[in-house]
Design a protein around this ligand. Structure first.
Ligand SMILES: C[S@@+](CC[C@H](N)C(=O)[O-])C[C@H]1O[C@@H](n2cnc3c(N)ncnc32)[C@H](O)[C@@H]1O
Length: 295
């Protein structure tokens, strides 16, 4: 019995690590391609205001707008910030330039290096998962800018109440899943109801909540457009080239990986990844909570 339990435990660790590795690689590829082709510095969604035309060429403007939106919700009097999942370090850099003291958490060696080059010695970057962070430092704000969805809610909240000064703030801007029938092909986001249930058990009071689903949904249409008009034709051309040279090998590969191919096709190329679907199943929210002083 014990052996079976240990085996299950090990399988869980291997599974989790695989998921984390592919997620980090995805972010790495996204950051390299985004920077090279579209001059993107951030890794988060764009915040599309009325005056920014929804066009992939304007994504960098919408991303800057997103950063401005989040930063504008940092309460007065704050001096120290912990940016959890700092990505390329762009938001931390803006905050440093505004006079805040900022430290970061970044589990990805690639992104840590990029953020480190930008932030220099002004900021300490803890290269680890937030779940594993060990420090005696305490902060006025713990910020999750599209990184909350990657972290177990319970662990994120208990660590945050530990790393915040009394009267400190928890600021989250991220995608959540609505409690509705059905499921979107696109994954991501904690269930809102589960989040509300869990946060009620921690010493946090809600100060502000802004729903920005409408302003972030256009990102999904843009992403879908890139999949349909760039990724799919390029992949198909590559397959045709391979087929012209190795027709039997291709048939064998297609048969061997038929389940994986069908899964990828269903996930990325069979539609269902639209702004409208996003609004139906997801909810993009900014939450600002204040830590209650323990008597
Ligand atoms: C979508 S990116 C957002 C990056 C950045 N905050 C921004 O707004 O551009 C998600 C970030 O979360 C980080 N991340 C993923 N899992 C994490 C974890 N368990 N603990 C801390 N950070 C994590 C990734 O390395 C990445 O930097």
């Amino acid at each position: 019995m014990e052996i079976i339990q240990e085996y299950d435990f090990l399988v869980e660790i291997v599974k989790k690590t695989k998921k984390e590795i592919s997620r980090e690689l995805g972010l790495e590829v996204g950051s390299v391609c985004g920077k090279y082709f579209l001059k993107l510095d951030h890794l988060h969604y764009g915040y599309w205001t009325r005056d920014i035309e929804v066009d992939i060429a304007n994504l960098h403007l919408a991303q800057d707008e997103y950063a401005r939106f989040v930063i504008s919700h940092i309460p007065e009097g704050v001096k120290t910030i912990l940016d959890v999942g700092c990505g390329t370090g762009q938001i931390a850099k803006k905050l440093l330039d505004m006079g805040y003291h900022v430290d970061c958490v970044s589990p990805s060696p690639f992104l840590t290096k990029r953020a480190g080059e930008l932030l220099g010695n002004e900021s300490r970057i803890f290269e680890c998962l937030y779940e594993d962070l060990q420090t005696d430092k305490r902060y006025d704000v713990v910020l999750f800018c599209e990184s909350f969805e990657y972290i177990d809610v319970d662990q994120a909240l208990s660590n945050t109440s530990k790393f915040l000064n009394s009267n400190g703030y928890l600021l989250i801007c991220d995608v959540f899943r609505k409690d509705v029938e059905g499921k979107m092909v696109m994954g991501g986001g904690h269930k809102l109801t589960k989040f509300y249930d869990l946060i009620a058990k921690f010493p946090f009071t809600l100060i502000e909540n802004v729903d920005i689903t409408e302003q972030t949904a256009p990102n999904i249409d843009l992403f879908n457009d890139v999949l349909e008009n760039v990724v799919e034709p390029v992949v198909n051309a590559g397959i045709r080239l391979f087929e012209s040279r190795h027709p039997i090998a291709l048939r064998l590969l297609k048969w061997k990986y038929r389940k994986k191919i069908s899964k990828l096709h269903k996930k990325y190329l069979r539609g269902g990844r639209t702004g409208e679907e996003f609004k139906k199943y997801k909810s993009y929210q900014l939450f600002l909570f204040k830590k209650e002083v323990q008597q």
